[in-house]
Design a protein around this ligand. Structure first.
Ligand code: ADP
Ligand code: MG
Length: 227
């Protein structure tokens, strides 16, 4: 029997019930990626990119298809097991950073550990090292509102990478940034993805970002097409 790819999504479908039947967002999305690989997902607004990313991130359930990550089938886990699996294996970077406004940068980076209990001194040291790595060491006690857009995305990247996830998911990670800042963020994201040997999937409208990833897929009428 052949070994399964680290990430294996097969014929993922997503429909929503509506008054007169069902609304199909995803018909057939299949994707296989190994650690260290990267893929861009492009497509017009409303084509289901964020929906697909949420399913690959186990934040949303598919209505069809199968998904395996790191030898597990997350959608067959119980809710608490799924939360632990997500926190261990998946890191998210969103367009609007989703940092907690009342917490410092350092506390925000430590948030992924809270699912498994409190953060110990070794975790704080690790988070500080990551903040050093993303160029925010001196801003670790700032609140998100005290940071620039690029700095917030650096903090979000550090948070996503704290647990060395198998899968790094980015939804329009440079969507709110100017070109120069976006280029620096993409460089940092790719460097850290390679260092950690993570899979990176980025949904993006940005040609410069898509061009930097190894593979490119487009969502068209609910189907994921390799380009
Ligand atoms: P994209 O990220 O490509 O812009 P989305 O994945 O956000 O697209 O949305 C795809 C489609 O799914 C949209 O038409 C949206 O209206 C629909 N959609 C998203 N969430 C729901 C929901 N909870 N119920 C019904 N339709 C939804
Ligand atoms: Mg979207």
């Amino acid at each position: 029997m052949g070994r399964m790819p680290t990430l294996h999504a097969q014929s993922i479908a997503k429909t929503y019930p509506v008054a007169d039947g069902e609304l199909t967002i995803l018909r057939d999305a299949s994707l296989a990626l190994e650690r260290g690989e990267s893929a861009a997902i492009v497509g017009p607004s409303g084509s289901g990119k964020s929906t697909l990313l949420s399913i690959l991130g186990t934040l949303d359930f598919p209505t069809g298809g199968t998904f395996e990550l790191s030898g597990e089938s997350p959608f067959q886990l119980s809710e608490p097991e799924l939360a632990a699996f997500r926190s261990r294996h998946i890191g998210f970077i969103f367009q609007d950073h989703h940092l907690l406004p009342q917490c410092s940068v350092l506390e925000n980076v430590l948030v992924p550990l809270l699912a498994d209990g409190a953060a110990g001194p070794a975790d704080v040291t690790h988070a500080e090292q990551l903040l050093e790595r993303v160029g925010l060491a001196e801003r670790r006690h700032h609140r998100p509102a005290q940071l620039s857009g690029g700095e917030r995305q650096r903090a979000a990247i550090a948070r996503a990478l704290l647990r060395q996830p198998t899968l790094l998911l980015a939804d329009e990670p440079t969507g709110n940034l100017d070109r120069t800042t976006a280029d620096a963020i993409v460089n940092l994201l790719l460097e850290l993805q390679q260092e950690q040997n993570a899979i990176l999937i980025a949904v993006t409208h940005s040609e410069p970002l898509a061009a930097r990833l190894q593979r490119r897929y487009a969502l068209d009428d609910g189907r994921l097409i390799k380009q």
